[in-house]
Design a protein around this ligand. Sequence first.
Ligand SMILES: Cc1ncc(COP(=O)(O)O)c(C=O)c1O
Length: 461
Amino acid sequence: MTPDNPLKAAYDHATRYINDVAQRHVGARAGRADLFAALGGPLPAGATDPAVVINHLALAADPGIVATIGPRYFGFVTGGSVPVTVAADWLVSSWDQNACLYVTSPAASVLEDIVSSWIVELLELPATAGVGFVTGCHMANFTCLAAARHEVLHRAGWNVETQGLQRAPRVRVFVGGEVHVSAVGALRYLGFGSDELEMVPVDDQGRMRADALRAQLGDASGPIIVCAQAGNVSTGASDPIAEIVAMAHARGAWVHVDGAFGLWAAAVPELRPQLRGIDTADSWATDAHKWLNVPYDSGLAIVADTAPLRAAMGMKASYLQRGNDEERIGMDWTPESSRRARVVPLYALFRALGRDGIEALVRRNCALARRIAERLAAETGVTILNEVVLNQVLVRFADDDTTRDTIARVQADGTCWAGGAFWQGQQAMRIAVSNWSTTEDDIDRSADAMLACYRASRATS
Ligand SMILES: Cc1ncc(COP(=O)(O)O)c(C=O)c1O
């Protein structure tokens, strides 16, 4: 056995998978029992040749692999992975760097500094802003909101890191009625129960209503956090950030923006007006594994002033060697210590696509979302429930039951994949166009497949 045998086997399987993904049945082709039968069995007592392990793994898992990196996967909000970022990710695993400290990986530390400044420049955020590289937007929400909690309590004379939360001044937290569940989860980890959150009504696109926030804030003062949203997970609509920030800052509040995918609209001149005032917020959570199309997992916690973030995250121990202040210590920026150097695929993406390529990717996906919405809306009985302002389309096929049945048929058909959700009381199919490789032909094939499923559903109902 040579050490590179399993690597060669993995390379062959991976490249074949990537090359063929556009032709695959998009959804999984096996159920749980089949996968257990193919992959399970007793705990191995002894050794197996590593290349055999990889070959078996690749073949046995294959029917349970969902072609989420393919061009016709429209589920949730899921990016694919630009091939150069997969290649860079292979280096991450091969180097196996720990991005915890400067000394554990000077390269990872410097790459984080470089990519951080590129992200801030691309999104036109304040030049003072800094980025923590976390697993996803859920953790980015947590990281940013930990900085928010630190700062609003610090302004009230309280150090939450040393004094805790139990006797702290009360922090009021305002969220839109369409807040993403991950922000609620993040707030829960930070000691703010979901019943304590002050919900602000939203409009028919899920945008927080500025007039309602104004009324709820009244003349409030003291520690306040307002969670706004750039890109609703169903409609893609963004809150009126400029108004929210103006009224929140007038009351000394911290404004956090959850922009898991919608924040990238800031990189596209004609979309940026949807995020007017985005640069005036205090923190932004986003994902790279969604619209930037890098492999999982890759989230970004961005803060305008890095001091509160580092106060909230930073920890010291005598053995955790620090160098000079210039050297970035990864664990000061994220809730983790040992951590994968997930910045590397991002670096490769920025180098390979450049500003223009990223801008074009976001713009193209939005145009394709409009195209599928138009194709579907032309059919009698099909309604688009949202204004298609970004990459999200909410489709209703006649009624709740027909919509559910159409979704099930689409998933079984395998030409494309889309999931469902309730939108303001109505069952809808959710289409999120977030993949770098999706073409107009993919959109047309997918629309044809969805309409065929809808017609079949009507014919049997
Ligand atoms: C607005 C918003 N926030 C947060 C998240 C959570 O992101 P992740 O699953 O990458 O942690 C999502 C996921 O779709 C989202 O749309």
